[in-house]
Ligand binder design. Structure first.
Ligand code: ATP
Ligand code: MG
Length: 209
């Protein structure tokens, strides 16, 4: 969607990867908080195609997850959605995504945003030593995940890999996609946990039943 030329004036770009199955206000609030605090020019949500870590359950069609991200970000002029991981054949890895994003935004500093749970898990990701060379990382607090353990992990990555990681305490919303999927299955209300447009989309296509 973006050419090198019109990305020249973007100095800082945030990337938020996830399954987004479905996207919810926890994702959106975290992204907006980090965008304003780190003065990022934009945040790009990148729904995963075939996530290497989540093979234990059926993930709904990637196009549904992509469209829900588009609906959820429609009202924020600084939020965008990228389809790069959807187009990739085979498993998708963050390091490949960061390298691709660098080609699209060669003039920008890239910040990869993760929740504390994802941060703690990062050593299992592909090619960790090189992954940390591809950008800066922001680990955001998340309810249920101990901030100290995220901080300890970040410190370890700094020492071991010379990683540039920021730990941020985000005013948190205790929402997860897992919880949303369970609520839908049990016919419980999911109101105010995710944008109404996404809620309507889920019911229209009868997702997560
Ligand atoms: P699931 O329950 O299926 O794992 P999820 O709610 O964790 O879904 P993901 O798509 O796995 O959502 O998360 C994408 C990114 O957003 C991860 O880095 C995750 O840590 C972060 N994240 C998810 N929910 C929150 C939240 N409520 N607050 C802060 N960060 C969050
Ligand atoms: Mg998760």
């Amino acid at each position: 969607l973006r050419t090198k030329e019109n990305s020249r004036n973007l100095s800082k770009v945030g990337i938020m990867g996830g399954t987004f199955d479905p996207i919810h206000y926890g994702h959106l609030v975290t992204a907006e908080y980090i965008r304003t605090n780190f003065e990022l020019d934009r945040i790009i949500f990148i729904p995963s195609g075939d996530p290497p870590h989540k093979t234990d359950r059926i993930i709904i069609d990637k196009m549904h997850r992509y469209y829900m991200c588009v609906l959820a970000t429609q009202t924020n002029e600084n939020f965008f959605v990228s389809e790069i991981e959807l187009k990739r054949i085979g498993k998708s890895y963050t390091i490949d995504t960061l390298r691709e994003m660098k080609k699209v935004y060669p003039y920008s500093e890239i910040y990869f945003i993760t929740g504390a749970d994802a941060l703690c898990d990062m050593e299992t990701w592909k090619d960790v030593p090189n992954l940390f060379k591809e950008g800066k990382f922001i680990g955001a607090t998340r309810p249920g995940v101990n901030l100290d353990s995220a901080k300890t992990k970040a410190q370890l990555f700094r020492q071991k890999y010379d990683a540039q990681i920021f730990n941020v305490s985000v005013p948190s919303l205790d929402i997860s996609s897992t919880d949303l999927r369970e609520k839908i299955k049990k016919d419980e209300s999911i109101k105010y946990l995710l944008p109404e447009s996404v809620e309507k989309y889920i019911f229209k296509y009868n997702l997560y039943r």
